[in-house]
Write a protein that binds this ligand. Sequence first.
Ligand code: COA
Length: 669
Amino acid sequence: MEKIKTITVVGAGTMGHGIAEVAALSGFKVYLADIKQEFLDNALSKIKWSLQKLYEKGVAREPVETVLSRITTVVNVDDEGRYTEEFAKILRQTDFMIEAIPEKLELKKQLFKFASDNTPSHTILATNTSSLPITEIASATDKPDKVVGMHFFNPPVLMPLVEIIKGEKTSDETVNTTIELAKRFGKQTVLVKKDVPGFIVNRILGRFLNTACLLVDKGVASIEEVDATVRYTLGMPMGAFELADYSGIDVFYYVFKATSERGFTITPCKLIEEKFKKGEYGVKSGKGFYTYPEPGKYRKPEIPKELAGKVDPSLLLALPVNEAAWLIRNDVATKEDIDKAVKLGLNWPKGVLEYADEYGIDSIINALNRLKELGVREADADPLLLEMKEKGLLGRKSGKGFYEYGEIEEIEKETLLIRIEKPVAWIILNRPDKLNALSPTLLKELSHALDELEDRNDVRVIIIKGSGRAFSAGADVTAFAGVTPIQVLIFSRKFQELTLKIQYYSKPVIMAIHGYALGGGLELAMSGDIRIASEDAMLGQPEINLGFIPGAGGTQRLPRLAGISRAKELIYTGDMIPAKEAYRIGLVDKVVPPERLDQEARALALKISEKPPLALMAAKYAINLGMETNIWTGLNLEASLFSLLFSTEDVIEGVTAFFEKRKPRFKGK
Ligand code: COA
């Protein structure tokens, strides 16, 4: 590595000029070669513009001219198309060459042969190809051990990832030096141990975009439904179709074509082909899957949030996860590198395997089977996934999947089951044969469970749900037999205290509602922070049918959530309403298919559990207390809690992480 002083970048296009800029910014002497002076001039002016921006932002400390002075351009072919003597001379002084010329194998082989003939023995020859085999490029040289893949992402100055690809004959020393150089460039690396088409990122992205496309093609979902789910449910920075438009549908078309020609089986998706043939490439042509009033100018398409979750996220994740499993099983990359690659290369908030663990290996396999039924050829579950399912390694819910999450603790009470999947705790109402009717014992146990979980730092979010076929069919009516009004008063007060405990609990509480949520069941659900209901949920306050009224907050919380008249109608008639109607009137926050209820609740809980616990607590207090008082008191409370948070370590962490462009790690201190 110490030997590397001079770097030659061949090809001054989009990638080449960016790589040359990165190398110059890192202090290396750089030669930038291309076939025409005009390409080089264009590259230099782009580099200059970019350096100026970096300098203004304070990212680059050296003045533009200093960095530029390290770059020398060279025209490397003569009028007859032969490499010039000047180019050969430069290669003789080169310690490291990075090729970024058009993706044509013959062209690359010619260049590598010439480079191999004209560089000193120590010189490493790297290719930035994204679709051609490194091994074959290397075969044109006398030193295949010195040929390596170095795949940058666009734009190289900003994207933090470089995939380093080992060809069949690449030596470990070459790989190590290339990794070190990428680090000197300020990049993070992942190692692709075998030269497979598409490496890590493009294989996974290819599967992801193609699934999105096929789901629309086969009428399973609309473009907006897919994109809303990708953006809002999976939390990715852009929808799948939005990303295709942004990067250029033509680019993906060619990458898919090149990789499938190399044996990467991919079920063709008509939609992409049609767009390509019509010349509707996306942002650059003003129309792709969405329209852009000013061609070339990106404008975030409007994607309605309520469409999120209309398509099962497991369907979108299944093929990317299957691909990742293939990469691991074939020893192409480690699971850590795969996740790092998608996070840094695609800006996914989580690694593909982290998603798999979150959604569950079993649901990924089910989704693969559904895709298979739709005619997706490559949807056969990878043996690794089948083996994991067989061994019960299902992900977070079993404590271990691709990663370990620590032991799942299960505590069984008389009427509850408490399941701790750190950092989430599930409290499961467990009287299934009585539709989880809320007996005095259940209420007492629920209250104790909340107290115990409140003290645990490793639990950040609580989910309450029911076992069997209901969330809860309400207060246990049998407990009302022969009781005095005073005893009922005490019961009512106790139950109300429990709902207040949840309302002012220091951690977020999510209610996952399926089946019946009636009477006290609905009152319990209304005291939580967020309610997710499955499509089969039926909600209501049927007390009137028994001759009484709701006694655990129903007359107070229902109007606050659904408005006075809707609350009155529900309470006066005692009617049950289905989940969709409950969503419409604001009683639940989201409706999902029954089989996805747990998974959605877990995903939301995990998302919230990454946020600063003390700020979550403050937000909860400010909102809940504020809603019960006038705006002056509410604002005062907000200001006090806001300022109080500035005494926490988490604020320092949050702000520091923001500036360091990394994900914060909050401790709740
Ligand atoms: N209190 C005590 N037990 C209850 C209960 C409640 N609130 N709700 C249901 N159960 C029991 C039933 O008595 C039955 O027990 P059993 O098998 O020992 O007879 C069991 O749970 C299953 O209920 P069942 O009525 O057979 O189921 P279903 O599917 O026919 O009807 C409901 C479901 C929810 C419509 C019906 O159970 C019901 O109306 N429950 C009462 C709802 C209510 O009024 N809640 C407010 C109370 S304040």
